[in-house]
Design a protein around this ligand. Structure first.
Ligand code: NCD
Length: 306
């Protein structure tokens, strides 16, 4: 059974074809309004979410399908001690496809190994978030006309930010990419991501703590929230939380066609004044996330039926 746990579970060709499908969905949504008639998506969220869960649900409704949800782990059997493996075995009897978010790294893989239907990882701890990456890739594609030859700055919590890990893994497979990793010392990109995605492939990257110095070279600036829930102590979080705050002032030396992104939710990382800047793309990412989730649900249900 085909599941998507890591963005690397999809080949570059498959991602390009999901992006092509997304353009078709945007142009002619009515053509897809009954594509999943009679099918059910289960959303299992063991961790808070607004956008990801609702966009999976909206995506399934827009495909004509139905949704059943577990939105609160505290009111589910998980609170009685049920394992993820048993939960997904049961949910496989109710649904044709599962989207799951869990605070533990690797939980989505356990789910995929035990479910009888496809599982989509909607975030597993500080590890991966492949569908946010699909949203990000469509956004970059629509803004820049393609996915190669870009200098991408990623700023903030590169250690715990799962969206960053998946995005670097995805973009490093396209030609001519360069990365600028901007973070405090304590929140640097983990070496397991850096070694496999960048070093092993000889992809140019630099690490810095200085956002303003990096700014002029960037085509994409991907801001991220400091991931409070993954910290071991509150003092460290309080010390690091406002390391980077993007303001109109800091954008003075940025390119005119810079694309400013953020997976959301934002806390303080981007001042609301930046929202009026035409280069702000973070609310476009939200829309693109729903479209890419439609494309992915369609693909996995089609493959499961073959
Ligand atoms: C992200 C996540 O859950 O990792 N949110 C999202 O899905 N758009 C980013 C975050 O929570 O900071």
């Amino acid at each position: 059974m085909r599941s998507v746990i890591d963005i690397l579970d999809l080949t570059v060709q498959e991602i390009d074809s999901l992006i092509a499908d997304a353009y078709c969905i945007i142009t002619d949504p009515a053509r897809y309004a009954h594509a999943c008639d009679g099918k059910k998506l289960a959303t299992l969220f063991f961790e808070p979410s607004t956008r990801t869960r609702m966009s999976f649900e909206a995506a399934m409704y827009e495909l004509g399908g139905h949704v059943i949800s577990m939105t609160d782990a505290a009111s589910s059997s998980a609170s009685k001690g049920e394992s993820v493996a048993d939960t997904v075995r049961a949910v496989s009897c109710y649904a044709d496809i599962i989207a799951m978010r869990h605070p533990k790294e690797g939980a989505a893989l356990v789910a995929a190994n035990n479910a009888a239907v496809p599982v989509i990882n909607a975030g597993d701890g500080g590890h991966c978030h492949p569908t946010q990456t699909l949203a990000d890739l469509l956004t970059i594609h629509r803004e820049k006309g393609g996915l190669g030859g870009l200098t991408v700055g990623l700023c903030g919590d590169l250690k715990f930010g799962r969206t960053v890990h998946s995005l670097i893994n995805a973009l490093s497979r396209y030609d001519g990419m360069r990365f600028v990793l901007i973070s405090p010392e304590e929140l640097k990109l983990p070496s397991y991501v850096k070694d496999a995605a960048l070093k092993a492939k000889g992809i140019p990257y630099e690490q810095t703590t200085d956002l303003e110095k990096a700014m002029p070279s960037l085509d994409i600036l991907y801001m991220t929230r400091v991931q409070r829930e993954r910290f071991f102590n509150e003092e460290d979080y309080l010390r690091l939380k406002d390391s980077y705050i993007l303001t109109p002032e800091k954008l003075k030396n940025a390119k005119n066609d810079l694309c400013i992104m953020h997976p959301l939710p934002r806390v303080n990382e981007i001042s609301t004044e930046v929202d009026r800047d035409a280069r702000a793309c973070y609310f476009k990412q939200v829309y693109n996330g729903k479209i890419m989730r439609m494309a992915l649900i369609l693909k996995l249900l089609k493959e499961a039926a073959e």
